[in-house]
Design a protein around this ligand. Structure first.
Ligand code: 2PG
Ligand code: MG
Length: 429
């Protein structure tokens, strides 16, 4: 009975937006089984790995029959017989088999599902929960959650330009307490919107649908919601997803009726951090506008977390280049952005080597798959971004971390402020 791969099966299922997605199931000779489902982004960077979609009329072109067929025809024969515990070798084989720089041939959706399913199978074979299998005996921290209150941008019909209005509770002391506090802020935000009239459902990641007069109106409402919750030490975290707003030639804030140059965009970000309790900003400029990113980082990177998402696309080489250029102090890690578990881990390790914060992140299109809860904990990433505080494709991940925290018992250590790059953690003290 060995950990050699005996069977690899792909199938198409549905994601949280009701679009087709890929599930992979890997069975080992020992009988251990691992399963994983590919997530899908809506605000994507140009340098990301590419999903294989069928195109055509059916399912608006989002079908995944070709990706699933590739698992049976090519991926399964290539990795059957390999040892599931050799994740790096398997991921290398997947990359070589695909043969493109961005997984375009077999599809990042097929590749990531298989890569993560192999990981699950190896942990199941060892009879360990995935987080503990990944920790390899090292002490790991429970991640600090970054939780959305309003969802905007590409996840909400562009009702606000800023994509994610989130909160973080670095002093909560435990994951459970951080969620309790977030619950109160989320409800307070809903009550404020109800009182003003514009409460109208939730966006793609479960946050309140953002009916605001301006981006700053949203920031003010969130600040008031935090106050109304009665909790202290709750901070705002933004994903500007500025890639969706423009590039080095200028940024369009449609809701505010403004066009900003890169320098003005940097100025706007810096100003917001002075007016609102903002602790973290993701993608304040377009993916290739490193000049604006570096300007923001130089001005406030000593006290505000600046996360690269579309700018880094979970790519270790881009992390290295970005570190040289001084564009951010934290990296968002999305396995499907690069395609395999090993490449995502390499990007995380590169970011950590530069003293950055690291956040394992979901995509806007998700499922019941909770792999990221285990990656964030087992890799000791320090932070976890999942989306908001409603809908089970989001809550499943938060709930999984609660189980992990309970399983760790008195040994559980909440990452809290230690999750940030040293200067930001220091500024919080
Ligand atoms: C992001 C993610 C999650 P998407 O920009 O960080 O919020 O969005 O999955 O659509 O890229
Ligand atoms: Mg982002």
């Amino acid at each position: 009975m060995t950990a050699r791969i005996a069977r690899v099966k792909g199938r198409s299922l549905w994601d949280s937006r009701g679009r087709p997605t890929v599930e992979a199931e890997v069975t080992l000779e020992s009988g251990a089984v691992g399963r994983a489902i590919a997530p899908a982004g809506a605000s994507r960077g140009a340098h990301e790995a590419i999903d294989l979609r069928d195109g055509g009329e059916a399912f608006l072109g989002f079908g995944v029959d070709r990706a699933v067929a590739g698992i049976a025809a090519e991926i399964a024969p290539a990795i059957i017989g390999m040892d599931a515990r050799e994740q790096a070798a398997i991921d290398r084989a997947l990359c070589e088999l695909d043969g493109t720089p961005n997984k375009a041939r077999l599809g990042a959706n097929a590749v990531v599902a298989v890569s993560m399913a192999v990981l699950h199978a190896a942990a199941a074979d060892a009879r360990e929960p995935l987080w503990r299998w990944l920790a390899e005996g090292r002490k790991v921290r429970i991640p600090l959650p970054e939780i959305q209150i309003f969802g905007g941008g590409a996840h909400a019909g562009r009702r606000t330009d800023v994509q994610d209005f989130m909160v973080m509770c670095p002093r909560a002391g435990s994951f459970r307490r951080a969620l309790d506090i977030t619950h109160d802020v989320f409800r307070a935000a809903g009550r404020l919107m109800e009182a003003k009239g514009p409460l109208s459902g939730v966006a793609d990641e479960g946050g309140w649908w953002p009916n605001f007069a301006s981006n700053e109106d949203a920031l003010e409402t969130l600040t008031r919601a935090i106050e109304a919750s009665g909790h202290r030490d709750v901070y705002i975290s933004l994903d500007i997803a500025a890639n969706e707003l423009g590039d080095e030639s200028g940024y369009k804030l449609a809701l505010d009726g403004r066009r900003l140059t890169g320098a003005e965009m940097a100025g706007r970000m810096i100003e917001w951090t002075k007016r609102f309790p903002i602790l973290s900003i993701e993608d304040p400029a377009g993916q290739d506008d490193w000049k604006t990113m570096a300007a923001v980082n130089a001005a406030i990177g000593n006290r505000v977390q600046l996360i690269g998402d579309d700018v880094l696309v979970t790519n270790a080489e881009r992390v290295e280049a970005a570190a040289k250029a001084g564009v951010c102090n934290a990296a968002l890690i999305k396995v499907n952005q690069v395609g395999t578990v090993s490449e995502a881990k390499a990007a995380l390790d590169a970011a950590r080597a530069h003293g950055w914060g690291t956040l394992v992140s979901a995509r806007s299109g998700e499922t019941e798959d909770v792999t990221i809860a285990h990656l964030a904990t087992g890799w000791n990433a320090g932070q976890l971004k999942v989306g908001s505080f409603t809908r089970s494709e989001r809550m499943a991940k938060w709930n999984e971390v609660l189980r992990i925290e309970e399983a760790m018992g008195p040994d559980a250590e909440f990452a809290g402020a230690s999750a940030f790059a040293a200067p930001v953690a220091e500024a919080l003290r």
